[in-house]
Design a binder for this molecule. Structure first.
Ligand code: URA
Length: 235
């Protein structure tokens, strides 16, 4: 695309068009390594523009997506076994990535974005962001077992932070529990449930912080709305 230099500099988020013109006239702008002293038109695909010695690029459009991940999909971008990835389900032109991970056999709420800052905040342990899961487990956890869960459990070589667990439904040989954790270790919910003797048969994530899955159907996705995006940025 052909574009006037001052417009391009502004689009890169450096400064306003008017100030960009001043930068050019002050000799602070280079195109393909050469200082330009005039307002010229550049080719945005092939020309390299520097301001104050730094190469500038247009700001990428930031996108924030919520997906109801089906089981049978992995959350990494590439899989050595050629399994389907969550990116196969989403059709946007930006290069997005999943925030955190859900197991191949877990379904539910997954956020994807190209905003690294938001992704880091969401995953940072110090933020202690609650994640809510619904699990169908073998048997029915007793009060004592659920207390152990709430106090923190030893799994692998670490003690989990206190978590929440609540019995929602009993169905003969299995039951449904709601679990809230703010850590995000590998297969943590499954390991915690196994540690109290109740293997997870089915696992779904329904909430991350204030973001809820709502009535999004399995396999469906949508852009987060302004309120949700503002919330993520405020973390
Ligand atoms: N805990 C698990 O065990 N699996 C998930 O996918 C997410 C949390």
């Amino acid at each position: 695309m052909k574009e006037r230099i001052q417009k391009y500099i502004a689009r890169c988020g450096i400064t306003s068009r008017r100030k960009a013109e001043e930068l050019v006239l002050q000799g602070k702008v280079k195109v393909n390594g050469k200082i330009i002293n005039d307002i010229i038109t550049i080719d945005t695909e092939s020309d390299v523009v520097e301001v104050d010695g730094k190469v500038i690029k247009p700001e990428e459009n930031k996108v924030y997506i919520i997906l109801n991940k089906p089981t049978g999909y992995i959350t990494t971008a590439k899989d050595q076994f050629g399994r389907k990835t969550v990116l196969d389900l989403i059709d946007v032109k930006e290069r997005i990535f999943p925030v955190g991970r859900l197991d191949y056999d877990t379904s539910g709420l997954l956020i994807l974005t190209n905003d690294g800052q938001v992704a880091n905040k969401l995953m940072h342990p110090s933020k202690e962001i609650d994640k809510v899961y619904i699990a169908e487990v073998e048997g029915v956890p007793t009060k004592e077992e659920m207390e152990r869960f709430k106090r923190g459990l030893k799994i692998d070589d670490y003690i989990t932070a206190p978590a929440k667990i609540r019995l929602l439904k009993q169905m003969g040989k299995t039951s449904v529990v709601e679990i809230i954790i703010h850590e995000g270790r590998n297969r943590q919910v499954r390991k915690m449930c196994s540690a109290i003797g109740h293997k997870v048969l089915k696992l779904e994530r329904i909430k991350v912080g204030k973001i809820e899955l709502g009535n999004l159907k399995v396999g469906e996705w949508r852009h987060l709305n302004d309120i949700e995006v503002d919330y993520l940025k405020s973390l």
